[in-house]
Design a protein around this ligand. Structure first.
Ligand SMILES: NC(=O)c1ccc[n+]([C@@H]2O[C@H](COP(=O)([O-])OP(=O)(O)OC[C@H]3O[C@@H](n4cnc5c(N)ncnc54)[C@H](OP(=O)(O)O)[C@@H]3O)[C@@H](O)[C@H]2O)c1
Length: 305
């Protein structure tokens, strides 16, 4: 059976003028490394073509990941023109959400300072704040855009209804939605999230494509997890395909996401340079429809009707 074509060309972020490599690098786990080590990870990503770096104000706790990244960038300023910087605001541990106008404006200022840049390419609302009217959120985003502090707007963990409510108050299209999405977390494939992305030309960014490491486990360790038999069965099919394709398991995981017609950009989270570099092997993986649905059904734990 014919392989599902994976488009290797840069993926447009929604209807915006921004384009990104089909795989992005996530900076959630970056804090903790020293500036030189962080720089090596950024460099490894840039070397293989990865150019979208995903942050949030809370990563590393109190902006530590953004700060580390900003210092690495200050040491090699020429990287800035080769990359798109995405960050997020709106989660405050202990609250837990605040997307009021004042918080959005203040958070963007703080991120700009920590990242040592004068513009955020993609500014995302991290999670919906149930107490913020979408008109207030939209107003703050419009202000930031008019001030030239952000280029494009995205959301994360927004249901299609919450996405539509915010979009209705914005004078420009939201470029991205960032749901959790992996061969282990299938909901956005069927709950309308990816359908809405295709309907409105919104680019999905997939967080935790390796299910936060669960898809990297050995068979034995997988069995010890919740839903362990189902996880082990999913890993078994991923490994079978990886062996056939001559790549590692992570490449098959990423290929599964890249092959979806919504034009998903998976955000890899590994801290190991060889794995960062190796992630681009996913673009060479040839999955047929049978392969893709075999992964899906193993993760679902049931055959599709
Ligand atoms: N919007 C949101 O709410 C949200 C939430 C979570 C994450 N995110 C974004 O998504 C990004 C990625 O999330 P994530 O870090 O959870 O991604 P992930 O790629 O699913 O998980 C990364 C973890 O898996 C391990 N791993 C990766 N490849 C592996 C492999 N081949 N074999 C074994 N273990 C492997 C890594 O360990 P090693 O480092 O040892 O390789 C790391 O601990 C974040 O950085 C952030 O930008 C967004």
């Amino acid at each position: 059976m014919e392989a599902i074509a994976i488009d290797r060309s840069p993926r447009r972020l929604g209807q915006s003028s921004l384009h990104a490599f089909p795989i992005a690098y996530g900076c959630w786990r970056l804090a903790g490394s020293d500036v030189a080590a962080a720089g090596r990870k950024i460099e490894a990503a840039l070397e293989v073509g990865i150019d979208l770096f995903d942050h949030a104000d809370i990563y590393g706790g109190a902006g530590a990941a953004e700060e580390l990244f900003g210092k690495a960038l200050a040491a090699t300023p020429e990287w800035r023109q080769r990359m798109l910087i995405a960050t997020k605001c709106g989660i405050i541990p202990g609250v837990p959400y605040d997307s009021s106008r004042a918080h959005i404006l203040g958070s963007a200022e703080n991120s700009l300072r920590r990242l040592q840049t004068d513009v955020i390419d993609l500014f995302q609302i991290h999670r919906p704040d149930l107490l913020a009217h979408p008109a207030e959120v939209a107003g703050a985003l419009v202000t930031l855009r008019e001030q030239g502090k952000i280029r494009e707007v995205g959301v994360s963990n927004f249901t299609p209804a919450k996405f539509a409510a915010l979009q209705a108050h914005l004078p420009f299209p939201i470029a991205t939605n960032q749901p959790e999405l992996s061969p282990w977390f299938l909901d956005p494939f069927v709950d309308g999230t990816l359908d809405q992305c295709m309907q409105l030309e919104v680019t999905p960014l997939a967080w935790s494509p390796m299910a936060g490491g669960r898809l990297g486990l050995s068979q034995d360790d997988a069995r010890a997890e919740a839903d362990g038999e189902r996880l082990a069965a999913t890993i078994a099919i991923l490994d079978e395909l990886a062996l056939r394709e001559g790549v590692d398991r992570a490449a098959v995981v990423l290929a599964f996401l890249l092959a979806h017609p919504a034009g998903v950009i998976p955000i890899v989270g590994t801290q190991r340079e060889p794995r960062i570099r190796g992630s681009v092997r996913a673009l060479d993986v040839q999955l047929s429809r049978i392969d893709w649905y075999a992964i899906f059904q193993a993760a679902l734990g049931a055959p599709l009707p």
